[in-house]
Design a protein around this ligand. Structure first.
Ligand code: ADP
Length: 295
């Protein structure tokens, strides 16, 4: 089952164009939607999750018309929002049981088996009697995945899942996401390049509501190969370099700025060619220096 998005647009009442004619096909497996804050990721996720209306365009999930057949979508949707809002002061077990009941698992025995299996899957079994309100960020996210898996969803939407997680929690969360079926469309929205690099077979980059790239991470890397140049400079040189070159990133390494520049040829003797990373791809697209590529 594929998710086919065609000409999707959304403008808010204040005039902000959050999505501008987005056309994108998302296959099964883990798909990374990468964009800086304010790019339009959450707007897209909320529309796909039937929580918000689009102004124009179509979205099909297999045979389901996502913008019209909302009830059909909801039956096959698992959604992990950016923020749950208030975390309930009930135990993980009670909450999952409650959500499973709401989602229509009315048989008591079946529900018990399901809730127990999910708690094991997300590694919260030993914490099942604890209140969710007292969970760490990583535990809350794993609980979020458990609830999103009830009902064997065909489309799973995970919005900025690793924000605020420490590296250990993030790894556990990555492993869990990787275990989710290959036959399900999983959309992971993030501004963290590493999330996409480690997890996703396909990806898209959006900025200011526009699709800038869609394809495999390797294709994205190949598209900028041989065009990323690096130079370590003195702080006092930074302003001149920014004015002179198309600087896509600027990092302090051991107190000295190290700049990456996007250019067809070596800008000058001081620059060394570097193997591009997805971060270079990301910044070269969002800084408007790479040509738009939609594979
Ligand atoms: P992201 O998830 O990539 O950070 P969003 O979809 O949240 O991006 O936001 C895209 C743009 O739309 C931003 O400029 C944001 O300020 C604006 N925006 C988001 N939600 C609303 C809203 N409910 N009303 C008005 N503007 C909004």
């Amino acid at each position: 089952m594929e998710l086919v998005i065609n000409g999707l647009s959304k403008t808010y009442a204040n005039g902000v164009k959050a999505l501008d004619n987005v056309t994108l096909t998302i296959p099964t497996g883990m798909f990374g939607l990468l964009g800086p804050n304010g790019a339009g990721k959450s707007s897209l996720m909320r529309i796909l999750a039937t929580l918000q209306e689009a102004d124009a365009g179509t979205v099909m999930l297999g045979n389901i018309d996502v913008l019209r057949q909302k009830d059909e979508v909801r039956k096959v949707l698992g959604y992990l929002p950016q923020e749950f809002g208030v975390y309930p002061r009930v135990s993980a077990y009670q909450m999952l049981d409650h959500i499973a009941l709401l989602k229509g698992v009315i048989n008591n025995g079946q529900r018990k088996d399901l809730v127990e299996a999910l708690l094991q899957k997300v590694n919260l079994w030993e914490h099942r009697k604890r209140r969710i309100a007292g969970f760490s960020g990583g535990m809350k996210q794993r609980f979020g995945i458990a609830q999103s898996l009830i009902g064997e969803p065909k489309l799973i939407i995970v919005d900025e899942p690793t924000a605020g997680l420490d590296p250990g929690e993030r790894n556990r969360f990555y492993n869990l996401l990787t275990e989710i079926g290959e036959n399900v469309v999983v959309i992971l929205s993030t501004h963290i390049v590493q999330d996409v690099q480690e997890l996703c077979r396909n990806m898209a980059i959006i900025n200011k509501g526009q699709l800038l790239f869609a394809g495999a991470p390797n294709d994205a890397l190949n598209a900028v190969k041989g065009r990323i140049w690096e130079k370590s400079i003195a702080k006092s040189e930074l302003e001149a370099q920014l004015a002179q070159h198309r600087v896509i990133s600027n990092k302090l390494i051991a107190g000295r700025p190290v700049i990456h520049v996007y250019n067809e040829t070596r800008p000058d003797e001081g620059f060394a060619a570097v193997e591009p990373t997805l971060e270079d791809v990301f910044f070269s697209h969002i800084n408007g220096t790479a040509k738009t590529v939609v594979a």
